[in-house]
Design a binder for this molecule. Structure first.
Ligand SMILES: *[C@@H]1O[C@H](CO)[C@@H](O)[C@H](O)[C@H]1NC(C)=O
Ligand SMILES: *[C@@H]1O[C@H](CO)[C@@H](O)[C@H](O)[C@H]1NC(C)=O
Ligand SMILES: *[C@@H]1O[C@H](CO)[C@@H](O)[C@H](O)[C@H]1NC(C)=O
Ligand SMILES: CC(=O)N[C@H]1CO[C@H](CO)[C@@H](O)[C@@H]1O
Length: 378
C-alpha cells in the first residue's frame, strides 16, 4: 500500500500533466484586447433571489480594444479557478475531467499606453453580453474577445443566482437558485434587464470607468449601446431594448422570448440566430411585431450550445472524441472553430452595420463563403 505522500505526489503528477496550459487562439480582428474583471454592487436594489436582504451584486468582464503597439501580452486563465473546478464537476456527466477548464488560457494584453498621453487612443462602440440561464459569462470569453478585437468595448455580465456560479474577487461565490417556473423566469428576466441598465449607469460614471477601464481615452457613449445574449440572454437583449432606449441594436442567439416584448415588439435593428431546425412559437409571435431592420438566420449543424465557447473549447483541448454522444446534442456537429467563425462573423457584420454604418452583403443574402447560414422568415 502506498503511503499518503506518495499517493499525493502521483495524483499531483497526473493532474499536472493534464493541466498544461493550452492557450485559446488569439482573436482575428485588427486590435489587441485588454481584459478587466470587476465587481459592481447596485445599492439601490435588493436581490430578488438572495436568501437574505442584500443589494444586487454582479461580476463583469470588460474586453477593450487597444492597438498592437500598446500590447504587453500575457496569458490568463479562461475561467476563474473556483468557477473552473465547479464547471468541471457540473459537466462531469458529459465526460469532462477534473482540471479541464483550469487548463485553458486566454491571450490578452496589459496596456502599455500612458493614460495621460493617449493621443492615438479613441473610444469604441459599447456592446453588452448577457449569458444563458445557468451558464457563466466566462463561457462567452472567446466570443466577447473576438468582437472586441474588431473595435468594440464588450462587457459580459454574470446575473447572480441565475449563473451556475458567480465567483467574486474575495473568492466568495453565489450559486444558481432553482429558476424553473414561468413566474421565476419572468422575475429573473426582470432582474437581468435591471442588471444591464445598471451596468450602463455605472459605465457612464467617469469615476467607475477610470477604475475598471484605465486605458479608456474619454467617456464611453452609453447612449448608443448594442446588446447581445445567448438563450435567456437573447430574451434579455430584446426586453432591455424595449425598456431602455440606450440600447439601439440587439442580437438574440437562439433564445426563446419571454414577457411583454413579444406583443409590444421592437422598432430597432434586431438579429436572431437559430440552431438547426429551431421551431419556437415565441419567434413566430414576435416576428410581425419587429418593425425595425430584422433578420432571422439559421446555422446548419448547430445546437443550442453552439452559441457559446464550449464547442471551440472541446476542440482546442482535443477532447471532443472522448465526450459521449449526448455532448453532440448540446454542442452541434459543426466544428468548434468553424461554428465560432461563422457566428462571430455575422455578429460583427450586424454591429458593424448598425453601430459603425458599414453595410455587408452577408446580412442581405446567402453567402457562398458561409453555406451553413440560411435566411428564415417565420
Ligand atoms: C496582438 O495582435 C497581433 C497582431 O494582430 C497578434 O498577432 C497577436 O496574437 C495579438 N496578441 C494578443 C495577446 O492578443
Ligand atoms: C482565491 O482563490 C485562489 C485559488 O483558487 C487563490 O490563489 C487566491 O489567493 C484567492 N484569493 C483570495 C482573495 O482569497
Ligand atoms: C426546482 O423547482 C421545481 C419547480 O418548483 C421543482 O419541481 C424542483 O423539484 C426544484 N428542484 C430543486 C433541485 O430544488
Ligand atoms: C404592438 C403590436 O403590433 N402587437 C401585435 C403583435 O402581433 C400580434 C399578432 O400578429 C398582434 O395581435 C399584436 O397586436
Amino acid at each position: 500500500m502506498l503511503t499518503s505522500p506518495v499517493k499525493a505526489c502521483l495524483f499531483l503528477a497526473l493532474v499536472a500533466q493534464f493541466v498544461t496550459a493550452i492557450p485559446f487562439p488569439p482573436p482575428t480582428g485588427s486590435y489587441n484586447t485588454t481584459l478587466l474583471i470587476s465587481e459592481l454592487t447596485d445599492d439601490a436594489r435588493l436581490d430578488p433571489f438572495a436568501p437574505t436582504k442584500q443589494p444586487r451584486r454582479l461580476m463583469i468582464s470588460v474586453f477593450h480594444p487597444i492597438s498592437p503597439a500598446e500590447c504587453s501580452p500575457y496569458l490568463t486563465l479562461d475561467l476563474n479557478p473556483i468557477t473552473a473546478a465547479f464547471e468541471d464537476a457540473a459537466l462531469a456527466q458529459f465526460g469532462v475531467q477534473p482540471g479541464t477548464f483550469e487548463s485553458l488560457d486566454l491571450q490578452v494584453c496589459h496596456s502599455r499606453a500612458n493614460p495621460h498621453h493617449l493621443s492615438t487612443s479613441r473610444n469604441y462602440p459599447l456592446v453588452l453580453f448577457s449569458p444563458g440561464l445557468a451558464g457563466t459569462r466566462l463561457f462567452y470569453n472567446a466570443i466577447a474577445q473576438q468582437l472586441a478585437s474588431r473595435g468594440y468595448t464588450v462587457v459580459t455580465i454574470d446575473h447572480a443566482y441565475d449563473a451556475s456560479i458567480v465567483t467574486f474577487p474575495d473568492n466568495s461565490t453565489i450559486l444558481a437558485a432553482n429558476i424553473t417556473t414561468e413566474a421565476q423566469i419572468l422575475l429573473d428576466l426582470d432582474a437581468r434587464v435591471k442588471d444591464v441598465s445598471f451596468v450602463l449607469d455605472k459605465l457612464s460614471e467617469p469615476s467607475t470607468t477610470a477604475r475598471i477601464i484605465p486605458s479608456l481615452a474619454c467617456r464611453l457613449d452609453v447612449s448608443n449601446t448594442g446588446i447581445i445574449g445567448h438563450s435567456l440572454g437573447g430574451a434579455t437583449a430584446a426586453t432591455a431594448m424595449l425598456r431602455d432606449s440606450r440600447f439601439i441594436a440587439g442580437i438574440n442567439l437562439d433564445g426563446s422570448f419571454w414577457g411583454d416584448v413579444i406583443q409590444k415588439g421592437l422598432d430597432k435593428p434586431f438579429l436572431m440566430l437559430a440552431h438547426e431546425g429551431k421551431i419556437d412559437p415565441t419567434w413566430e409571435a414576435i416576428w410581425p411585431n419587429l418593425t425595425g431592420w430584422k433578420r432571422e438566420l439559421m446555422l446548419a449543424g448547430s445546437a443550442h450550445n453552439t452559441f457559446t465557447d464550449l464547442p471551440d473549447v472541446v476542440d482546442v483541448l482535443g477532447i471532443r472524441r472522448s465526450l459521449p454522444p449526448e455532448a453532440t446534442d448540446l454542442l452541434g456537429t459543426i466544428g468548434g472553430a468553424r461554428g465560432f467563425e461563422v457566428i462571430t462573423t455575422y455578429v460583427e457584420a450586424f454591429f458593424d452595420f448598425v453601430m459603425k454604418g458599414e453595410s455587408s452583403a452577408l446580412l442581405d443574402k446567402p453567402s457562398k463563403s458561409f453555406p451553413e447560414v440560411s435566411f428564415e422568415s417565420p
